[in-house]
Design a protein. Structure first.
Length: 474
């Protein structure tokens, strides 16, 4: 009878491999159960990744409703603790910032090896300290002239569409405005995509965001991160971003660097992100990483981080103002008063504007710019990540349309400050936050001098957000 059983070495090896494969697929899935942390049941190997098919925002809402403020999910075999408890958010981002030091970012590829999101520990501190002066009050004041010029072009396009009485997508115009601002303030390049919507910069910027959650490369990166490293070493592209788009922006940075190198005296007079990076590298940064990798990574990251988020925020703020005419009246009145007192074009158009600040802050609280923060990695356990969902917290808005009273003095004092984190919190918050806010306020201030945002019979009052993102409308 025993002779009939398949006890050959081959079958034993097959069985052993099957057991080992199964253990590999499910080994991390007891992590949260052992700690008493609830969460959706993972699928072997995939974890909860397949649930993203219904939309990340929708999946988040369902989990928050079922498991409350803190729960655990798995992206592939990677345990991720989802935190909506505001006191815990404060502990992680501020009090325990030295413990949760680095980012867990997949899918960018070798192109971004020197970028702020990828570099860690001492390297991150070194590069962050070099980049931060770019966004000081003095530097932003000088950049304001570039932003205002782009704002004038933005408003000219709005007026032209208004005169023609045609329907148009404000996101296209705000995206072009944002592209022009980033190109000018970061690299001193005049793109003028507002008058040339098919400009290569705009076309390639759009390509950078043309990816989906079920891209085969992204699945490999999540499920088999070790294989991704091997493929990259073999010269294969393991980035979710378009290779052609990355090559385009990389070449653009190289061209600017070549021009700056050929005329150093003229380049030294410029005040932009790229020039300050060059100066910091030459004077302060050590030589552990090649110059072109470090500068190029952060230059292109600047485009990616600032383009889509700011463009969407501008268009959605305009939408909210159209729904709240009383709030728009206050902003217009405030802008007119600032313009009247303005002594020179160099004076900042966006300072001392509380009504505008209330409107922009309320909008960003209702429409979280990135959906959720990049998860910080626990220093003592490379297997642990933490991601924040403060948008689901009790003190966050219940609907997409939010009146500006949400950021009145009384409301701010009564609300936990960690319920509002559009730019993150703690030492790893968004380094370009002040420039992004200046862009947003300039766009609104310039626009409301000439036009008024109103609804029409086709306006959707209860806007539906794209379930894959809490910022984009369907």
């Amino acid at each position: 009878m025993l002779d009939l059983l398949p006890f050959s070495p081959t079958w034993v090896l097959v069985g052993l491999c099957a057991v080992l494969l199964y253990l590999y697929m499910v080994w991390p899935y007891s992590t949260f159960n052992d700690l008493g942390i609830p969460g959706p049941k993972p699928v072997p190997l995939f974890g909860n990744y397949l649930s993203y098919g219904q939309g990340i925002a929708k999946f988040d809402k369902e989990c928050y409703k079922k498991f409350n403020k803190v729960y655990g999910i798995f992206e592939g075999r990677q345990p991720i603790l989802i935190v909506g408890d505001l006191e815990l958010v404060k502990d992680i981002t501020v009090k325990e910032a030295n413990t949760f030091t680095n980012r867990r970012v997949k899918g960018q590829g070798e192109f971004f090896d020197g970028g702020l999101l990828n570099i860690k520990d001492a390297d991150w501190k070194r590069v962050r300290s070099a980049i931060s002066p770019t966004f000081s009050s003095g530097k932003l004041k000088q950049m304001a002239l570039v932003v205002e010029k782009c704002g004038d072009n933005f408003v000219a396009n709005l007026e032209n569409n208004a005169k023609q009485g045609v329907m148009f997508d404000l996101k296209d115009l705000s995206g072009a405005f944002t592209m022009d601002v980033i190109s000018g303030t970061a690299f001193g390049v005049d793109v003028d995509s507002l008058h040339d919507p098919n400009h290569p910069f705009v076309a390639n910027a759009r390509k950078l965001f043309d990816f989906n959650l079920f891209n085969p490369i992204l699945i490999v990166l999540f499920l088999f991160p070790q294989l991704a490293k091997i493929f990259s070493a073999m010269g294969l592209n393991m980035s979710v971003f378009s290779t052609k788009a990355l090559e385009f922006f990389g070449a653009a940075v190289d061209n600017v660097l070549d021009m700056r190198g050929s005329n150093e005296e003229e380049a030294a007079k410029r005040v932009d992100f790229l020039q300050l990076m060059l100066k910091a590298h030459n004077e302060e940064l050590d030589k552990e990483m090649p110059k072109d990798v470090e500068i190029k990574s952060n230059a292109v990251l600047f485009w990616i981080a600032g383009y889509e988020t700011t463009a969407n925020t501008i268009s959605l703020t305009a939408y909210n103002l159209a729904l709240h005419q009383e709030a728009q009246d206050k902003v217009i009145e405030e802008v007119d008063a600032v313009i009247e007192k303005r002594v020179s074009p160099k004076s900042n158009l966006t300072t001392r504007t509380p009504a505008t600040t209330h409107v922009t802050n309320s909008n960003m609280m209702a429409f979280c710019a990135t959906g959720n923060n990049f998860p910080p990695m626990h220093q003592k356990s490379s297997q642990w990540c933490v991601s924040f969902r403060t948008h689901s917290a009790k003190s966050a808005p219940k609907t997409a349309k939010m009146p500006p009273a949400m950021f009145s003095k009384e409301e701010k004092e009564s609300r936990d400050p960690y319920a509002y984190l559009p730019f993150g919190s703690g030492p790893r918050n968004c380094v370009g936050m002040r420039l992004a806010l200046m862009e947003l306020k300039f766009a609104l201030a310039k626009a409301l001098q000439k036009v008024r945002f109103v609804t029409c019979d086709k306006t959707v009052v209860s806007i539906l957000l794209d379930e894959a993102s809490s910022l984009k409308a369907e």
